[in-house]
Ligand binder design. Structure first.
Ligand code: NAD
Length: 433
């Protein structure tokens, strides 16, 4: 099968690489010429474990190609996936569909009814129908449109694509079903669930899934705040709750709030979809507020360590990406917490295994370090903000000896108070304990 992918970001690139590994011939197209030139040279433009090797393998097998111009190649494909970004619109939080409609408008002139167009980007309910109408307003023979939202997680994207919990496909015809089954044939053969439904339900499944997970995170973060007040331990509470099979232990870890390229924008878009439909999603509106509140609570927690005066205190952040194993900084809690402390006079040091390249544009007037030891030297507080694996087994004695005042704020609850205090730290602060 010949597959075209338009938009080569986290989703488009991972999908393209994985589809080519399934044996299809894939061409990935992006308007960003620089990105395409790098990919043509085999340079991976994002940090995603395992991606580089798989890209190399499929490029050298001549199954994976990268191109800049859409027009020249479109006739070559059986299926075309759109995976452009759908970020939050400034102001009202609606999904910004400008890139999607720009691609659809270009395709309208180029695509033929023998081809199938698939929207992989996360889009509000009704978008598939609107794009369908846009494509078909002048045609005699209809161009088929399929909704195939993506559920991969950055940091484990390849595993998620190759071994998904489910593939959701919203469509209207048996022909489209046959073609989509062929595209996902290796998964179909290995009995991974492929659920066929209508496009509107597929669109809602994507948003409702992310909204539900964000709710779980915000719920446990609020319970953590309560635990701090009443002397309970959120780690014990999460464990006790998670043992209930109806609840499950995933997404029940207290921390500094959710971030990333999906939860913040998708919760806002989902709330907006509800308001526009006249069916307010009150729970998700509360979740959005709760997530802002938890970030502010983290700022207050750190300020409280220094009696509200962080002027000239050196605070070293370990991790600034929104989660480990990614270089993605979009909506990371660090983007709220770090500037708030910097603007109150703190001197900020940062070490992140992958976040520097992106982070340097977003976090100004801070000191970046390529080594953890250099970042913590002569500092007054280390803040563990992202739970990278390398922060799980820190040489705490060495670190405390390097610091000016050995204090730790462990916002991911990686350590216990006793082991930190035993290792030369004066004080240890965590979340919900
Ligand atoms: P991204 O911002 O990383 O990448 C989008 C790419 O589309 C960019 O490279 C951009 O240059 C390209 N693009 C934009 N307009 C274009 C055009 N007219 N022609 C060609 N290329 C164009 O986005 P992403 O994180 O990959 O997300 C893509 C979609 O998938 C979004 O709707 C997102 O919500 C959804 N999604 C993302 C994730 C994730 O973890 N990142 C997971 C599941 C779903």
């Amino acid at each position: 099968m010949r597959i075209g992918i338009i938009g080569v970001g986290y989703v488009g690139l991972v999908s393209g690489v994985c589809f080519s590994d399934f044996g299809h011939t894939v061409t990935c197209i992006d308007k960003d010429r620089n990105k395409i030139e790098q990919l043509k040279e085999g340079v991976v433009t994002i940090y995603e474990p395992g991606l580089e090797a798989l890209l190399e393998k499929n490029m050298s097998s001549k199954r994976l190609f990268f191109e800049h111009k859409l027009d020249d190649f479109i006739q070559d494909f059986d299926v075309i996936f759109i995976a452009v970004g759908t970020p939050s619109r400034r102001g009202d939080g609606r999904a910004n569909l400008d890139d999607l409609y720009s691609v659809a408008t270009t395709l309208k002139k180029l695509i033929s009814p023998s081809q199938i167009l698939v929207i992989k980007s996360t889009v509000p309910v009704g978008t598939n129908e609107r794009v369908y109408k846009l494509l078909n307003d002048t045609c005699q023979e209809n161009i088929e449109l399929v909704s195939n939202p993506e559920f991969l997680r950055e940091g484990s994207a390849i595993e998620d694509f190759m071994k998904p919990d489910r593939v959701i496909v919203g469509l209207k015809s048996d022909r489209a079903k046959k073609i989509m089954r062929e595209a996902y044939r290796p998964l179909y053969l290995r009995d991974f669930p492929i659920m066929f439904t209508d496009p509107e339900s597929a669109e809602i499944i994507k948003y409702a899934s992310n909204a539900f997970l964000a709710t779980k995170v915000s719920f446990i973060n609020e319970v953590a705040a309560l635990c701090e007040q009443v002397g309970a331990n959120i780690k014990e509470v999460s464990k006790g709750m998670g043992l209930d099979g109806r609840i499950g232990s995933k997404f029940l870890h207290a921390g500094p709030g959710y971030g990333g390229s999906c939860f913040p924008k998708d919760t806002k878009a989902f709330a907006n979809i509800g308001r526009e439909a006249g069916v307010r999603q009150e729970i998700i509106e509360a979740v959005i507020k709760a997530n802002e509140a938890v970030k502010n609570r983290m700022i207050e927690k750190i300020l409280g360590i220094f009696d509200d005066n962080v002027s000239d205190k050196v605070i070293s952040f370990l991790g600034v990406t929104f989660k480990p194993n990614t270089d993605d900084m979009r909506e990371a809690p660090s983007l709220t917490i770090v500037p708030a402390l910097r603007d109150r006079g703190a001197i900020i040091n940062i070490y992140d295994p992958q976040g520097r390249r992106e982070g340097e544009y977003l976090l100004k007037n801070v000191n970046w370090f390529d080594s953890l030891e250099d970042a913590v030297k002569r500092s007054d507080l280390i803040v563990i903000l992202t739970e990278w694996n390398e922060f799980r087994a820190l040489d705490l004695e060495k670190i405390s000896a390097l610091m000016r005042t050995a204090l730790m704020a462990d916002l991911r609850n990686i350590y216990s108070e006793s082991e930190v205090l035993k290792s030369g730290f004066e004080k240890y602060f965590s979340v919900g304990r």
